[in-house]
Design a protein. Structure first.
Length: 267
């Protein structure tokens, strides 16, 4: 039996802002390739580091580190960020003091995404991020297929501590199965099939059923990265980057230069 009860979580409650752009605005069904029944982006990665999430509530930053490892692995120049690099980002976002261990209180995903876009982890900045409808399986599949994954938050129940595969327990959404009864956790989705999704957590791949996804996922984002499109994947087919650039400029302010999304134009 799996036992993850000693592992750390660290995703704080979702914060939704009206300025956050929505994926539904940019998908172009008329040119979007047919989504395959299954897709995985982990075969070329090998091992997944813990990135301190067994000792710190830095899952939101560890998830970013795992995406960077995946994207660069598929681009042929795999980069594994060190624990110090992950913790440096966590400290910058949250005020965590690695010397004293104070302020290890987790992070809000939206804050991590903004930091990732504006500053980056060890020089790896994302171009943009857009919010998905957490309950939309098509959005999740599109995000994984087009952009190599999906950055999600789950309100984990206590029952997930001892499950080999995360699934809604027989007791349903009460008692040990109550959403958030264990806490919030951030994970990257790196694959899907008819039965559910594959995520990375605590240094390993983990399966999650679609039923679990619909019951416990409370936020989800597609993340656009130059690291990913450099892998010559069909990362931007069916996604309106021109409109995204315009909207990002409108949100960020006319005084800023053209958004990094422009860097994702060539895959």
């Amino acid at each position: 039996m799996a036992d993850h009860s000693g592992m750390r979580l660290g995703k704080n409650a979702p914060r939704h802002e009206i300025r956050t752009l929505q994926m539904a605005q940019y998908l172009r069904p008329e040119v979007l390739p047919a989504l395959p029944e299954s897709q995985e982006w982990y075969d070329k990665v090998g091992t997944w580091p813990m990135m301190m999430n067994d000792r710190l509530g830095d899952c939101t930053c560890a998830a970013a580190g795992h995406f960077i490892e995946e994207w660069t692995a598929y681009a042929g120049n795999k980069v594994i960020l060190s624990d110090d690099q992950i913790v440096a980002g966590y400290s910058a976002i949250t005020g965590y003091d690695a010397r004293t261990g104070t302020n290890d209180n987790g992070a809000v995903e939206l804050d991590v995404l903004k930091y990732w876009k504006n500053t980056g982890f060890a020089g790896h900045r994302i171009a943009a991020f857009v919010a998905l409808e957490p309950g939309s399986l098509d959005h999740i599949r599109a995000s994984v297929f087009l952009f190599g994954g999906c950055y999600i938050g789950v309100a984990l129940p206590v029952s997930a501590q001892t499950q080999g595969v995360w699934a809604v327990p027989p007791c349903g959404l009460s008692g040990r199965g109550a959403p958030g009864s264990w806490g919030g956790h951030a994970v990257p989705v790196v694959g899907y099939d008819a039965h559910g999704v594959t995520v990375v957590t605590w240094g390993a791949l983990k399966r999650m059923t679609w039923g679990f996804w619909q019951a416990y996922c409370d936020e989800a984002y597609a993340v656009l990265s130059p690291d990913w499109v450099s892998a010559t994947n069909p990362a931007v087919n069916g996604f309106d980057l021109d409109q995204l650039d315009e909207d990002l400029l409108a949100v960020a302010g006319a005084g800023l230069s053209k958004p990094l999304a422009s860097a994702c134009r060539e895959g």
